[in-house]
Design a protein around this ligand. Structure first.
Ligand code: NOJ
Ligand code: NOJ
Length: 610
């Protein structure tokens, strides 16, 4: 089975490449004028086949120009020689050359790792021997950075969770949302990808001497800290974040495989145990009613967020097919989530007005975003396209697609009459869906194309009313998101990280086991008829700040509302009560309530609504 899928996957790269023939004449021309693109795209009113072709043409022409601009954009932002990163030390990836409104002339561990992973993948594909030096410089810079004491701690006391540094490799000491626990995971993924390639070239020495020490520190950090809260990838709220858990899970799994391959077996048991725990925890983010993976709920947000589409594409493993437990791009949960996410931007950005309900639109970080008044981001809109391209790669490779009750709404956007079931590539249902979804995916790239200025520069955001580029210019991560989306459109796949072999542990997650303390929550709250009181909080047993999954209290002792919940012993946590009335959620006022469960016995509170 595996052999079949793999050979089909390598074939499929060829098929995609044929579909996306690059027009060499156009590639030589000046950048495509915005106005021409606007004319070609139009609103996607239930795309007939010819229209799909037109979008594909627009995207072909955009990529012919933008791919090399984006690849050059990455290198320009890497010290010491990058043309836009003067002052950055060797191997330092700056977030953007922008120094005011906003000042992004720092190096973020997350951005730098994602950019380097993109460069490593290019290098492995044979797209430039000189990239090797860029990668080795990054390795050297990270080796130094890991040891730099900073406000999150030193290398052994939590310093690896520091989100950003000066481009001179010094600590950034201003106040910031710290720690952010995705950084070490993403950095180890970039380095492990490189290590695996070096091993395939029989270059063990560099792996064991230079890469392994850095990787081990990072993956140990993940193993020890994955269950502690930290700031999310948008640096705003400290709680649990699906993105962070998903990239941590990947890092632990591929860390185990690398450790085995180079004989560092002492870490294998611990990392495997923690990987199983994280995978178990990842399942708890699913919101079955809303049909989406809850990204991050603290602060009264919906939890609908680019966080999860990004998690899906950055943990894509084609060998895992459409596995939902690891949230693979073609899994029913990831497709359902993607639809909910995309739909949440249809009415809130003026530039999305007039687009059909199943058309491609500009998307941002999350609908409640207020940063620069909340706008579409290039990297978010590219992520939607990339998730769809990844899904298309797998369907093509397996020669069928499967629709479950969870993914049905996603597929019905393209074929309202479709029902659950498995459709082989020989069926017309399959052909219709594939061509519609291909055009839908291209539509997101076309949106970014439409709002890319003629010089091809990619900022962080574009204005939700005018489409004009906004916030940091030449955002390195924006360029990387273009390169990876374009590669996925070409059917390119990167190495597996072992996702196909993982299974959610049966029964309760291990971190939820151990002594439980029955905890009774009593709260005096007067309510109107039809209004109910719920409880949610920072730990899994309290539904990790999810208003949708919050625990209902009983009104049997009204006006005292009550519920008893089993909480893990000796655990500190935060909680709040919420009111739900007519679908409206009202949170208690800040700050969060805080407590620590005892080691044994029972526990409880007599609270009054705040
Ligand atoms: C800067 C962060 O990088 C950004 O993500 C955030 O939205 C703003 N600060 C506001 O907190
Ligand atoms: C703000 C974004 O929210 C964050 O994810 C990113 O790391 C920084 N900007 C730097 O690009």
């Amino acid at each position: 089975m595996l052999v079949t899928v793999l050979s089909a996957l390598s074939l499929c790269a060829g098929v995609f490449a044929q579909n996306a023939v690059v027009d060499q004449n156009i590639a030589q021309q000046a950048p495509i004028a915005k106005v021409e693109l606007l004319a070609d795209i139009g609103p996607h009113v239930s795309r007939p086949a010819a229209k799909a072709g037109a979008v594909a043409d627009v995207v072909d022409r955009y990529i012919a120009n933008e791919d090399s601009i984006a690849k050059a954009g990455l290198l320009a932002n890497i010290g010491a020689d990058g043309s836009k990163s003067s002052g950055a030390k060797s191997g330092v990836v700056i977030a953007s050359p922008n120094t005011v409104d906003p000042n992004y002339l720092y190096t973020w561990t997350r951005d730098a790792a994602l950019v380097t992973k993109c460069i490593v993948d290019q290098y492995i594909r044979g797209e430039g021997d000189s990239l090797r030096t860029t990668i080795d410089d990054y390795v050297e810079a990270q080796t130094i950075l890991q040891q730099v004491p900073n406000p999150s701690g030193n290398v052994s006391t939590g310093g690896l969770g520091e989100p950003k540094f000066m481009i001179t490799l010094d600590a950034f000491t201003g106040s910031w949302g710290r720690p952010q626990r995705d950084g070490p995971a993403l950095r180890s993924t970039a380095l492990i990808t490189y290590a695996n390639w070096l091993i395939s070239q029989s270059n063990m020495t560099y792996v064991t001497q230079n890469l392994w020490p850095v990787i081990k520190l990072d993956v140990d950090y993940v193993a020890n800290n994955w269950n502690s809260s930290g700031f999310d990838l948008w640096e705003e709220i400290s709680s649990s974040s699906y993105w962070t858990s998903a990239v941590q899970h990947r890092a632990l799994r591929e860390g185990v495989i690398l450790a085995q391959n180079i004989g560092q077996t002492n870490v294998v048991d611990d990392w495997t145990t923690q990987a199983d725990n994280v995978l178990c925890f990842m399942q708890s983010y699913w919101n079955p009613t809303g049909g989406y993976m809850t990204s991050n709920t603290l602060g009264g947000r919906s939890g609908i967020d680019a966080n999860t589409a990004l998690a899906s594409i950055h943990t894509f493993d084609p060998e895992a097919i459409c596995d939902a437990a690891t949230f693979q791009p073609c899994s029913d949960k990831a497709l359902s989530s993607l639809k909910v996410y995309v739909d949440s931007f249809r009415s809130i950005y003026s530039i999305n007005q007039g687009v059909a309900a199943n058309g491609s639109v500009a998307t941002g970080r999350y609908p409640e975003d207020v940063y620069y008044n909340g706008n579409p981001w290039y990297l978010a809109t590219f992520a939607v396209a990339e998730q769809l391209y990844d899904a298309l790669i797998v369907w093509d490779a397996q020669g069928s697609l499967n629709i479950t009750s969870t993914s049905l709404t996603f597929f019905q956007q393209f074929l309202p009459s479709v029902t659950t079931g498995t459709y082989a590539s020989t069926t017309s249902t399959y052909s219709t869906l594939i061509s519609e979804i291909s055009a839908f995916a291209d539509g997101f790239v076309a949106i970014n194309a439409q709002y890319t200025p003629t010089d091809g520069g990619l900022a962080e955001q574009f204005n939700k009313d005018t489409g004009a580029p906004l916030s940091a210019k030449d955002l390195t991560w924006s360029y990387a998101s273009a390169v990876t989306a374009f590669a996925a459109r070409n059917g390119t796949i990167n190495g597996s990280w072992g996702a196909k072999d993982v299974k959610v542990p049966a029964g309760q997650c291990q971190f939820n086991q151990g002594p439980a303390v029955p905890t009774t929550f009593n709260v005096v709250a007067t309510t109107v008829f039809g209004e109910n009181i719920f409880l949610t909080g920072s730990i899994d047993a309290l539904k990790t700040w999810s208003p949708d999954n919050a625990i209902p209290l009983s009104a049997a002792g009204y006006p005292t509302w009550s519920v008893t919940v089993n909480l893990p012993a000796s655990t500190s946590f935060e909680y709040k009560y919420i009111r739900k009335y007519n679908g409206q959620v009202t949170w208690e006022s800040d700050p969060n309530r805080q407590a620590t469960t005892p080691a044994s016995g029972s526990f409880g509170f007599n609270d009054s609504w705040r």
